[in-house]
Design a protein around this ligand. Structure first.
Ligand code: GLA
Length: 362
């Protein structure tokens, strides 16, 4: 097979409005791709060694175990594509990102997805949307070894342009929800507290949630939304985890309805309730994230705020009236302290929209 001498791709990050830590429990998420993302340029490696360069950082590997550096995602993307039957050579990859790393905005999945899209272009191949998402998840989970759910690749690939995505994480069925407001926007503050989705705390939450579902006799969070009568009998820790995935899935359904009716106040309330549940029941917040969310909520014009992504550090997202967005961003930054960054973000199209030459419908 002939490969092109080089290829490029860009993948967006994602934010979640409601439905955090429910994807691995088959719950429902309301999320969006961001106008922050990761760009890659790929070339075939001349000597079969994978190389990644991102700013000052360099990584190299011929194969074998993940090492916790930027090379993991590059390697995982190529091996996952090979497992999907696409004969990708070893690559040299340059990464340039506007998306902050380890900030709860899916930068790792964006690197995987951008590398996959560029590698497909290099080889002149396409994957169907669902196969692309499954392959990215295979790379992240089985090759890079991160015990994540399907949220990040599904949002990065499937988000509709200028709209929000309602994602059923059991079936991966999606629905586009129009962003109904000109005068309401999203403000993200990435704190300098880095989160680690491959770390022990995320792994533990996932295992506890799975145990809680089993103990409650439920397959998914959606089952518990239908009938949560078994929760009261669970031991306290499992009860908190099960309560989070149940109420958070209800909140995602409520967020979708609020978007449908154009009820910004209701969406904001759901977001703040989501933060409280992530803090109290799922126990994935930190003092800093709580302080940044509270600082946002104390601004007039802020409708709600919550941590975004896996937690244990990372970012806070606020729903805010456009005329109050600057003041809200400043308040969040003041609470987050040194090393933080803030952005006003807009729901943006996912890769299935922007990379139609290598991701086909279906
Ligand atoms: C990380 C994981 C996702 C999801 C979120 C929390 O981003 O990669 O699969 O679990 O955390 O909602």
């Amino acid at each position: 097979m002939r490969t092109a001498p080089r290829a490029e791709a860009w993948a967006p990050g994602r934010c979640t409005l409601a439905g955090e830590h429910v994807d691995y429990a088959g719950g429902v998420v309301v999320c969006a791709a961001l106008d922050l993302g990761v760009g890659v340029v790929v070339r075939p490696s001349h000597d079969g060694v994978f190389r990644a360069v991102s700013g000052e950082r360099r990584a190299e590997r011929a194969g074998a175990e993940p090492r916790g550096d930027i090379g993991d995602r590059i390697f995982a993307a190529v091996i996952a594509l090979r497992d999907a039957g696409i004969d990708v050579p070893a690559l040299e990859v340059e990464v340039q990102a506007t998306l902050p790393e380890a900030a709860g905005l899916a930068s790792s999945a964006a690197v995987t997805c951008a590398t996959m899209a560029a590698a497909l272009r290099l080889c002149g191949r396409t994957l169907a949307t669902r196969a692309f998402i499954d392959t990215a998840l295979h790379g992240e989970r089985d090759i890079a070894g991160v015990p994540c759910g399907p949220l990040d690749p599904a949002a990065i690939v499937g988000s509709p342009g200028a709209a929000v995505l309602r994602l059923d994480c059991e079936t991966l069925a999606t629905r586009a929800l129009r962003w109904p407001w000109d005068n309401v926007t999203l403000c993200v503050c990435a704190t300098s507290e880095r989160h680690d989705v491959g770390g022990a705390a995320y792994r533990a939450r996932r295992a506890e949630t799975e145990e809680a579902l089993r103990a409650a006799g439920a397959r998914t969070a959606k089952d518990l939304v239908e009938d949560d009568s078994n929760l009261a009998a669970l031991p306290p820790l499992l009860q908190r985890r099960a309560r989070h995935v149940t109420t958070e899935t209800r909140r995602a359904l409520a967020a979708a309805e609020a978007l449908g009716r154009g009820d910004a106040a209701a969406l904001g309330r759901v977001m703040s309730e989501s933060h409280a549940s992530l803090r109290d029941d799922h126990e994935v917040s930190t003092g800093l994230l709580d302080a940044v969310a509270a600082a946002a909520e104390s601004c007039s014009g802020c409708l709600g705020a919550r941590l975004v992504g896996a937690g244990f550090g990372g970012s806070v997202i606020a729903l805010v009236r456009r005329d109050a967005a600057g003041a809200c961003a400043s308040a969040m930054a003041a609470a987050a302290g040194r090393g933080c960054r803030t952005w006003l973000v807009t729901p943006s199209p996912g890769l299935a929209d922007t990379a139609r030459d290598c991701i086909s419908d279906g």
